[in-house]
Write a protein that binds this ligand. Structure first.
Ligand code: SAH
Length: 500
C-alpha cells in the first residue's frame, strides 16, 4: 500500500496570495484537505477536483469537532495511505494547536511535514501599516494569547507581568476580554496612553483597524462593534503617527468574479492587485464529450491536418490533455498550424508551448474565417475545428464555404457547476459582497440560475453591451460598464467607479 503523509500547511492570514509556494505545491497534490474557519476557503480551489474536502470547523448546528476528533481524523486518513493536507490559518504552530496534531501523527508513527505559514501575528500589523520593529521606535516584540480570563488569579498575574515587562506586544485571540486585559496591563505598570491598534480580518476585503490609547481601546472596540478575528498591537509602533499606508483603490471591496472552473483568473488577479478581496465563483465546468473515443481519434490524427483551429481555451486544454496521453513528444503534431478565436484562446495555445499562427481578435467564429481569407487560401486545405458541444459549427461552415476540407472535433461539454468547493456561494449569502462582475452572457445566466439570496447594496459590472443586454433579462442594470470591452477595460471601469 502507498505510504500516507500529512502536511500541516500554514494558509496565511486570509489573502490567498499569502500562501507559500510550498503550501501551494502540496495542496495541488492533496487527496484529502482538512480545513476550518480561519483558512481562506478560496484556497480549496487549488486542490485537485478529485480531492476530498473535510470541514473541521464550526458547523451551522454549532457542533465543532473537538481537537481529539481532528487529531483522530488526520491519523486515520494518513494511515489509510493518503496525501493529507491539514490547512491551518496563519502559521500552524502559532496558537493553532498544530503541535498537538503533529504530536498525534508522530505518536502513530506516521509521516508528516510542517509547511510554515505567514502568521497573523506579523501580517496583521503589517497589513494595517504597523512596522512592528520600526527602527528608533521599538527593539523587541512579544506575542501572547488573550485566552486567559483576566478575572482569574492566573490571568491577572499573567497580564500584570506583561504590563510590568513593557515593550511591544501582539495579542492573538481574546478580543472579547480586551477590557479586563487592558485594565490588568495598566495595573502591572503599562501607561494608560500607550498606543494600541486592533486589526480585524487583516489582509481580507473587510479589514478594519481601530486605534486608541490603552485606557480607551476597549470602549472604542465596543463602540465600533468590532468582532473577532483580530490581532491587537500594544506599543508605540501602533500609534497613528507611525502608520505606513498607501491606499489601493479597491481596498475593502469584496468582489465576486464569475468564471468557469478552468477559466483564466486574469480578472481576479488584476482586481486583487488593486486591493480587492476577490472570490471566484465557478459557474460552469468542463466535462468529457459524449463521444470521447471519436474526439481522441481525431486528436491522434492531428498531424494529418494543415490547420487546427480552436474557439475556446477549454477546447485547447481538452485537446492537449488527450494529445499528451497519446504521445510523449510534442513533435508528433508535425507541421500543423494553429488558429484561435479570441486572445484568451490564443494565450492558452501558447501556454502549451505552441506558436499561434492566426488569431481572430474578435470573439466570433466568423471573424476567424475572415482572418483566414486575409491570410491564406484555404481551398482544399485540411482543417480540424475544435469546439464544445454546445456552440454551433459556424466556423466549420464558413471554412467549408471557402473550400476547405473541415473535420469538427467536439472536445468537451459545458455543464453548470453544482458543487461549491470553495464555499463561494455560502460566503456570498452569509458575508455579502459589494460587486458581481460579469464577463459574458453565459456567466450572467449561470449566476442567476443559482437563485442566490442577494446581499443588500450589491452592484453589478458588465464587460459590454451584449452582457448588459442579458442582465436586463434578469431585471438588473450594471452600475459599472466597461468602455473598452475586455478584461483590462473592465478593471479600469471598476477602479474608476470606486475612486469617484
Ligand atoms: N495560527 C494562527 C493563529 C490561530 S489563533 C496564525 O498564525 O495567525 C486565532 C487568532 O489568530 C484569532 O483569534 C486572531 O487573533 C488571529 N487571526 C487569525 N487570522 C487573522 C486575521 N486575518 N486578522 C486578524 N487576526 C487574525
Amino acid at each position: 500500500m502507498k505510504k500516507g503523509k500529512c502536511f500541516l500547511v500554514g494558509a496565511g492570514p486570509g489573502d490567498p496570495g499569502l500562501l507559500t509556494l510550498r503550501g501551494n505545491e502540496v495542496l495541488s497534490r492533496a487527496e484529502v484537505v482538512v480545513y476550518d474557519n480561519l483558512a481562506n476557503p478560496e484556497l480549496l480551489g487549488l486542490a485537485p477536483e478529485t480531492s476530498e474536502l473535510l470541514y473541521a470547523g464550526k458547523k451551522p448546528d454549532d457542533h465543532s469537532m473537538t481537537q481529539e476528533e481532528i487529531n483522530r481524523l488526520l491519523v486515520e486518513q494518513t494511515a489509510a495511505g493518503r496525501l493529507v493536507v491539514r490547512l491551518k490559518g496563519g502559521d500552524p504552530y502559532v496558537f493553532g494547536r498544530g503541535a498537538e496534531e503533529a504530536g498525534a501523527l508522530a505518536a502513530a508513527g506516521l509521516d508528516f511535514e510542517v509547511v510554515p505559514g505567514v502568521s497573523s501575528a506579523l501580517a496583521g500589523p503589517a497589513a494595517a501599516g504597523i512596522a512592528v520593529t520600526r527602527r528608533g521606535v521599538n527593539e523587541d516584540l512579544g506575542i501572547f494569547t488573550g485566552h486567559q480570563d483576566p478575572e482569574s488569579k492566573e490571568g491577572r498575574e499573567f497580564y500584570r507581568g506583561l504590563g510590568a515587562r513593557g515593550g511591544t506586544w501582539v495579542m492573538l485571540m481574546g478580543l472579547e476580554r480586551l477590557a479586563g486585559i487592558a485594565r490588568e496591563l495598566q495595573a502591572g505598570g503599562a501607561a494608560p496612553d500607550l498606543p494600541v491598534a486592533v486589526v480585524r480580518r487583516a489582509t481580507m476585503g473587510d479589514q478594519a483597524t481601530v486605534r486608541a490609547p490603552l485606557s480607551e481601546i476597549a470602549a472604542r472596540v465596543a463602540a465600533e462593534g468590532l468582532r473577532p478575528p483580530a490581532v491587537v498591537v500594544f506599543g508605540a509602533v501602533a500609534s497613528a503617527d507611525h502608520a505606513l499606508l498607501c491606499p489601493r483603490p479597491l481596498t475593502g471591496r469584496r468582489i465576486v468574479v464569475t468564471r468557469s472552473r478552468v477559466g483564466a483568473s486574469k480578472l481576479a488577479s488584476a482586481l486583487r492587485d488593486l486591493g480587492a478581496d476577490v472570490y471566484e465563483m465557478p459557474m460552469i465546468k468542463r466535462e468529457e464529450p459524449e463521444n470521447l473515443r471519436e474526439f481522441a481519434e481525431l486528436v491522434q490524427d492531428a498531424h494529418s491536418y494543415e490547420w487546427i483551429v480552436f474557439t475556446s481555451a477549454n477546447g485547447v486544454d481538452a485537446f492537449f490533455e488527450i494529445f499528451y496521453k497519446l504521445y510523449d513528444d510534442a513533435r508528433e503534431i508535425g507541421g500543423t498550424k494553429f488558429g484561435a478565436v479570441g486572445a484568451a484562446t490564443a494565450q492558452r495555445i501558447k501556454d502549451w508551448h505552441f506558436h499561434v499562427d492566426l488569431v481572430a481578435e474578435e470573439f466570433q467564429a466568423k471573424s476567424l474565417a475572415s482572418a483566414f481569407r486575409d491570410y491564406t487560401d484555404v481551398e482544399n486545405v485540411k482543417i480540424l475545428a475544435v469546439r464544445p458541444a454546445e456552440t454551433s459549427g459556424a466556423l466549420a461552415l464558413e471554412l467549408t464555404k471557402m473550400g476547405a476540407i473541415v473535420d469538427e472535433a467536439i472536445a468537451y461539454r459545458t455543464r453548470p457547476e453544482t458543487e461549491d468547493r470553495t464555499r463561494a456561494r455560502q460566503r456570498f449569502e452569509e458575508e455579502g459582497a459589494d460587486l458581481v462582475v460579469f464577463t459574458s452572457s453565459s456567466t450572467v445566466r449561470n449566476f442567476f440560475a443559482l437563485k442566490l439570496k442577494m446581499p443588500k447594496g450589491l452592484q453589478f459590472a458588465s464587460i459590454g453591451p451584449v452582457t448588459t443586454g442579458t442582465m436586463a433579462e434578469f431585471q438588473v442594470k450594471p452600475s459599472i460598464k466597461a468602455k473598452q470591452h475586455d478584461i483590462m477595460g473592465l478593471v479600469q471601469a471598476i477602479s474608476a467607479f470606486y475612486a469617484a
